[in-house]
Ligand binder design. Structure first.
Ligand SMILES: Cc1cc2nc3c(=O)[nH]c(=O)nc-3n(C[C@H](O)[C@H](O)[C@H](O)COP(=O)(O)OP(=O)(O)OC[C@H]3O[C@@H](n4cnc5c(N)ncnc54)[C@H](O)[C@@H]3O)c2cc1C
Ligand code: SF4
Ligand code: SF4
Length: 481
């Protein structure tokens, strides 16, 4: 949209959780680097290793920039609310994965318990199974609490790597865990011991104050609240306890943006509730998925553009996604309508200032499947990516990507299954089936996406046939009901 943009990033590289949270066998780093470069090369300035709130203040940003978008994520893991949590050997999933993805960790303890049940807990347990435990090191440093780091020389030397026992516990029964089913199945196959329907009661420590186990009991869930079952307590011996029970933002030094719960409150359009020129999106408003955060960024960019142009924000559409806009499309093709002279005319059929046969329903409607003529489409099965299943015996040291991306051919085939809901895809059905030959093709030089056919209303008898045979639901009869 033509604005100057500067990204401030506390880490030494861009990518956020895609680089420092999610393991590389799920978001391959070469692909990530490619995608980031593609964006940065458009002229975005990047200041790495700069933490806002510490290295540069919010007031300085407010003084230097016209708008500020907070996409600082939920970087802080929640600690376990049980006695013993402060012991040496307790860490959060975010800390564990951050240390691993920075390349500081080459080994983990022999026995690890991860408390969670969501995707983060699966990633921690799966990474631990892959890392294994390295014995007889020449030299090691303790990173965080209880995670052992070795230098690269140590690892390439004569170290012996052995498997670790990784246990994952979840408040919900296994089949109701929040992690995706596929991730759960993979973790089980890779030898993670998953215990569902259990809650932690205390972290156990030895005489030196170091973690030696965790006490749990069985529980039932009342909504999101676990209720312990009496007389079901048991212990699991372990060397590390990882809490992966959720994350929140680190808003230290960021003034009153914090809503008191570690998140930033927003209004429609991703405008932060506090501060006039502040916007926010991604995990810092509600932890969710990569695609969600990327979508927030896209919509926020539109709102910021509008804010910079007019100082105010328009109401966002009901279906707040990227919309097709015929006027923009015509503009790009040098086909934009002529100026409206505001004189009295009878009918608009011959007027070049009016757009005929087009009503933008995209901001208010999702085209329901009932509006499609599904008989037009063959039933094409969804294409599936090839998955590599790793057994418990093969997992040690295996950091290969498990889900293979589509080949170009597969991707094209998958794209071809698109039914183009609500948008004309130039199939000619309406032209062929109209008994009055009232539907005509727009002359070639005036065509654009979304302007392919028009109706000659002098000939149309309103029989509905064109709407019935339109596969995409593009034709809506104005006086039909
Ligand atoms: C372990 C794990 C696994 C996940 N797996 C998946 C998955 O498989 N699929 C999926 O879709 N989603 C997954 N997610 C969720 C996904 O990672 C997030 O939804 C997404 O990364 C959020 O993007 P974001 O830009 O809001 O924040 P982040 O990705 O967290 O990026 C925030 C960035 O802001 C920087 N920052 C923070 N504070 C400051 C500051 N004060 N100054 C300067 N810079 C700062 C951080 O260094 C970071 O680079 C996973 C999350 C985790 C933790
Ligand atoms: S309503 Fe009937 S007559 Fe009119 S354009 Fe459609 S098919 Fe042709
Ligand atoms: S309006 Fe519908 S039936 Fe007519 S060409 Fe477009 S998609 Fe096909």
């Amino acid at each position: 949209m033509g604005h100057g943009v500067v990204i401030f990033e506390a880490n030494e590289e861009l990518g956020g959780m895609m680089r420092y949270g999610i393991p590389s066998y799920r978001t391959p780093r070469d692909m990530l680097a490619f995608e980031i470069d593609r964006i940065i090369e458009t002229g975005v300035e990047v200041r790495l290793g700069v933490r806002v709130g510490k290295d540069v203040s919010v007031a300085e940003l407010e003084g230097s920039f016209d708008a500020i978008f907070w996409a600082i994520g939920a970087q802080k893991g929640r600690p376990l609310p049980v006695p013993g949590w402060e012991a040496d050997g307790c860490l959060t999933g975010a800390e564990f994965l951050d240390a691993f993805n920075h390349g500081w960790v080459f080994s983990t303890a022999k026995r690890i318990v991860v408390v969670g049940g969501g995707d983060t807990s699966i990633d921690v347990a799966s990474v631990a199974r892959r890392l294994g435990h390295v014995t007889t090191p020449h030299r090691h440093d303790t990173i965080g609490h209880g995670v052992v780091g070795y230098t690269a020389q140590d690892v390439t030397g004569s170290l012996r790597r052995e498997g670790v026992r990784a246990t994952l516990t979840s408040l919900f029964p296994i089949e109701k865990m929040t992690a995706a089913e596929r991730e759960r199945e993979d973790a089980l196959r890779e030898g993670v011991d998953i215990r569902g329907g259990v809650m932690p009661i205390a972290v156990l420590t030895n005489a030196q104050g170091i973690v030696c186990g965790i006490r749990l009991c069985e529980c039932t869930m009342q909504g999101a609240r676990p209720v312990p079952k009496p007389d079901t307590e048991f212990e699991i011996a372990c060397d590390i306890v990882v809490s992966a029970i959720g994350q929140m933002g680190d808003l230290e030094g960021l003034g009153d943006l914090d809503n008191g719960k570690g998140f930033i409150e927003i209004e429609p359009g991703y405008k932060a509730r506090k501060g006039t020129k502040h916007f926010a999106g991604g995990d810092i408003i509600r932890p969710h998925l990569l695609t969600t955060a990327i979508g927030h960024g896209r919509i926020a960019a539109e709102t910021i553009n509008q804010f910079l142009a007019s100082g105010s924000l328009d109401k966002r559409p009901k279906v707040d996604v990227h919309h097709f806009n015929l006027l923009e499309e015509l503009h790009q093709r040098n086909l934009k309508p002529t100026k409206y002279d505001a004189g009295q005319v009878r009918g608009t059929a011959d007027s070049q200032w009016a757009i005929h046969n087009y009503e933008d329903r995209s901001t208010s409607q999702i085209i329901p499947h009932r509006a499609l003529f599904k008989g037009h489409f063959k039933n094409e099965q969804r294409g599936k990516r090839t998955e590599i299943h790793i057994s418990a015996d093969d997992v040690l040291g295996n950091f290969e990507e498990r889900i293979q991306a589509f080949s170009e051919k597969q991707a094209i085939r998958e794209g071809e299954r698109c039914m183009s809901c609500g948008m004309c895809f130039e199939c000619d059905n309406c032209v062929i089936y109209c008994p009055q030959t009232a539907v005509k093709r727009v002359p070639k030089k005036e065509r654009a996406v979304g302007r392919y056919v028009y109706t000659d209303y002098d000939m149309c008898i309103g029989c509905h046939i064109c709407a019935d045979v339109c596969p995409t639901g593009y034709i809506q009869m104005g006086l039909g009901e």
